[in-house]
Write a protein that binds this ligand. Structure first.
Ligand SMILES: *Cc1c(COP(=O)(O)O)cnc(C)c1O
Length: 306
């Protein structure tokens, strides 16, 4: 038994008809805590619990922190999440709702993260939001499920933040003998750290994150994500916040599921396929989910986004 569930794999009739392609959706928005993060974080937390760790510590005010809190509750272990003041009331509530302790510290994430690290004792495990091989191994189960369903995609579309999901999808493709399948790695403008690294041909950081897709807001992707972008067939694609927000709205209307702009970024490419994506007959979109934005917030952002 794992903490995550097997999620539905659905063909989107509306997208398939609109694009003249088969568009398949891997519905990880339906994970118990609302995002794919539970796959890797659940696996990591189970691993650390078996090792005898007695508490989990995280510094993510987003879906990673929520997944750690959920995993801790399921495993009967306490969780402490240190978040900066900028973390929304909604996110704090979602973490507390899983019985985790929320400590608010510092203006920026770096300060919250430093405090979190200083709290990690010998019996505690620190759970990173994207940079840990255990996470990638867990995220890869998403591809295993698609393989088990017998639906081999001709291309995969995935959103990229710190690159944990991309690393997991890469591992999943490899371990199912699908290394030849191209991966469209989508980011929003203002959070495009993978695009910056691929442009330069080396792992670089972006100066600041300005996108509303806060779950994509890593200034630098992990080494593994960059390595995969160089070794596998990865095509970088950048969308605007407006495109990501509109995709959230359309997806809610088409499939009755609300996702964050981070996930809307991947959906935006499916709603407006690039020339490069159009070439593929059967496309798998990873609907990575996310619970930190309400529909009111998404509509509010839409008024001022560009
Ligand atoms: C974390 C997250 C991402 C990005 O995943 P990375 O592993 O950081 O690349 C995308 N969408 C949602 C909803 C997320 O929670």
């Amino acid at each position: 038994m794992s903490l995550h569930i097997d999620t539905p794999l659905l063909e989107s009739r509306s997208l398939s008809l609109a694009n003249g392609q088969q568009i398949w959706l891997k519905m990880d928005a339906l994970q118990p805590c609302g995002s794919f993060k539970l796959r890797g974080i659940g696996l990591a937390c189970e691993h650390f619990a078996r090792q005898g760790k007695r508490r989990f510590v995280s510094s993510s005010g987003g879906n990673a922190g929520i997944a750690v809190a959920y995993a801790g509750r399921c495993l009967g272990l306490p969780v402490t999440v240190v978040v900066p003041q900028t973390t929304t009331e909604r996110a704090r509530r979602l973490i507390r709702q899983e019985n985790a302790e929320v400590i608010v510290h510092g203006k920026l994430w770096q300060e919250a993260n430093e405090l979190a690290l200083s709290l990690v004792g010998a019996d505690d495990a620190f759970i990173h939001p994207f940079d840990d091989p255990l996470l990638w191994q867990g995220h890869a189960s998403l591809v295993d499920e698609v393989a088990k369903a017998g639906v081999k995609p001709d291309a995969v579309v995935v959103a990229v933040g710190g690159g944990g999901l991309l690393s997991g999808v890469g591992e999943g493709l490899r371990r199912n003998g699908w290394s030849d399948v191209p991966v469209f790695a989508v980011e929003t403008r203002g959070a495009a750290s993978l695009a910056a690294a691929m442009d330069k041909g080396e792992l670089v950081s972006i100066d600041c994150v300005t996108s509303v897709a806060t779950s994509l807001g890593a200034k630098r992707v992990c080494d593994e994500a960059f390595r995969i972008s160089q070794q596998m067939n990865v095509i970088s694609h950048v969308v605007s916040d407006v495109q990501a927000l509109d995709a959230c709205e359309r997806f809610l209307s088409d499939h009755r599921v609300l996702v964050e702009p981070a996930c809307g970024a991947a959906l935006a490419l499916a709603y407006a396929p690039s020339e490069a994506l159009r070439r593929y007959r059967r496309v798998l979109v990873v609907v990575c989910g996310g619970v930190t934005a309400s529909i009111e917030q998404i509509r509010e952002w839409r008024k001022t986004a560009d």
